[in-house]
Design a protein around this ligand. Structure first.
Ligand SMILES: C[S@@+](CC[C@H](N)C(=O)[O-])C[C@H]1O[C@@H](n2cnc3c(N)ncnc32)[C@H](O)[C@@H]1O
Length: 205
């Protein structure tokens, strides 16, 4: 890994994550154009998600769906460390090659899927044990679809849903609605040095 972590890359919990200045990322951007719904980089809420999962890990080999994956580092971490079978889903097709690229350089196998989370059916969710996400509830209009998605997860036998957020109001509104209905852990969480980030964790199940 030393060879591929250079000044244009980061080591995030033992994974290589490129910066936007890295030549491979610049090449992908040239080929693919720009992400349209903020999936243009690795967001710090992923560090929060991974730090939380280190303390409260998924069961080995679980089938995990990461929604609003962006570069997919949360799911890639689960595939690498817990041998989970991971699908990385995003509404924006542009981000999926970046996720695949990061899976490749971190030597894990993943599936990708272009779909809005509003469109994920109960039948699809029935294929998964766990759903994870970081920083995907940033507009008011995302509150209702995400709460409905949590309902579908519950009704289709998904064992656990874990989401993190820097602390935006739409995420708080969605989390409170889930808390009122389900057994859930909803708390502040901090990932210490070198990640130095804090926010909220919602863990339902
Ligand atoms: C702020 S980025 C976070 C990306 C990644 N989870 C991270 O933490 O680095 C939000 C991501 O959610 C995706 N997204 C937004 N609305 C979505 C929707 N309705 N369905 C699926 N993905 C969505 C965006 O395309 C983007 O990749």
């Amino acid at each position: 890994m030393d060879q591929i972590v250079d000044q244009n890359s980061r080591n995030i919990f033992g994974m290589v994550v490129r910066k936007n200045t890295h030549k491979d990322i610049r090449r992908l951007k040239k080929q693919l154009g720009v992400a349209t719904i903020h999936g243009n980089k690795f967001w710090m809420s992923t560090s929060l998600l991974i730090d939380y999962l280190q303390v409260n890990p998924p069961k080995p080999q679980m089938k995990i769906l990461e929604i609003g994956c962006g570069w997919g580092i949360g799911g890639i971490y689960c595939a690498k460390n817990y041998q989970c079978e991971v699908t990385l889903l995003d509404a924006d097709a542009t981000v999926l090659p970046y996720a695949q690229y990061h899976a490749d350089i971190n030597e894990v196998s993943i599936n990708t899927l272009q779909l809005r989370y509003e469109k994920i059916t109960k039948a699809m969710l029935g294929e998964y044990d766990m759903v994870i996400a970081s920083d995907i509830c940033f507009w008011d209009e995302m509150v209702k679809p995400l709460k409905l998605l949590v309902d579908r997860c519950y009704n289709s036998g998904v064992q656990r849903v874990v989401m993190t957020d820097p602390g935006r109001q739409p995420f708080r509104d969605m989390a409170i609605q889930c808390m009122e209905k389900y057994a859930a852990f909803y708390e502040n969480w901090s990932a210490p040095h070198p990640y130095n980030t804090s926010g909220l964790v919602l863990d339902i199940g």
